[in-house]
Design a protein around this ligand. Structure first.
Ligand code: FES
Length: 184
């Protein structure tokens, strides 16, 4: 009888301890996890079906930085193909292709000293007013002093959407091909 009582107390104690450990671990996890608002702030979802106008600069924001998006028209794609001899292959293979539509998607900050270049749709290029750098509509430098093309933010594809801030094999391929610096 005494033995049963002891087993009962041990069992209850064990259960209470188990529940306590789980509760403590949960509380610790809640403490370590970023607040939902902060976690969400690191990601921006782009619905690429929203960008319908050709040769038009759409701007979004990711982690406080401007994101440039341009949907390329057929004539832009033709120009791009003829420029393949002029630029290295990786320079013109940075397009994000969704349902046969080609997009430039990049961080809209001049890689020289950080100004925000303006898009001139009539010339299909970007001009940086700070020190005169120029970029083509693929975001590649056509005039110094910018040292490289616009950087591409880390992204993960989800159907027709891009989630900026998430790493993916597609993004890492661009990094490996030196099409962009690794921002992941
Ligand atoms: S910051 Fe753009 S050219 Fe210097």
């Amino acid at each position: 009888m005494k033995l049963d009582r002891r087993h009962f107390i041990e069992k209850v104690f064990g259960t209470v301890t188990g529940v306590g450990v789980v509760a403590s671990l949960y509380a610790m996890k809640r403490t370590w996890d970023p607040l939902p608002g902060i976690a969400a702030a690191g990601f921006t979802t782009l619905d690429m079906t929203k960008y319908t106008k050709y040769n038009h600069l759409y701007m979004e924001v990711w982690r406080g930085k401007p994101i440039f998006i341009i949907k390329k028209s057929t004539s832009m794609l033709k120009d791009m193909n003829s420029a393949r001899n002029k630029y290295k292959k990786q320079d013109v293979s940075r397009d994000i292709v969704i349902d046969d539509s080609h997009f430039l998607m990049c961080i809209g900050i001049c890689t020289h000293l950080g100004c925000i270049p303006a898009y001139r749709s009539q010339y299909e290029n970007f001009a940086c007013a700070c020190h005169g750098a120029m970029y083509d509509f693929s975001g590649m430098v056509t005039k110094p002093p910018a040292p490289r093309g616009f950087d591409i933010p880390p992204f993960k594809r989800n159907g027709n959407k891009l989630i900026l801030g998430l790493d993916s094999p597609e993004y890492q391929k661009l990094v490996k091909e030196h099409a962009t610096l690794n921002k992941a």
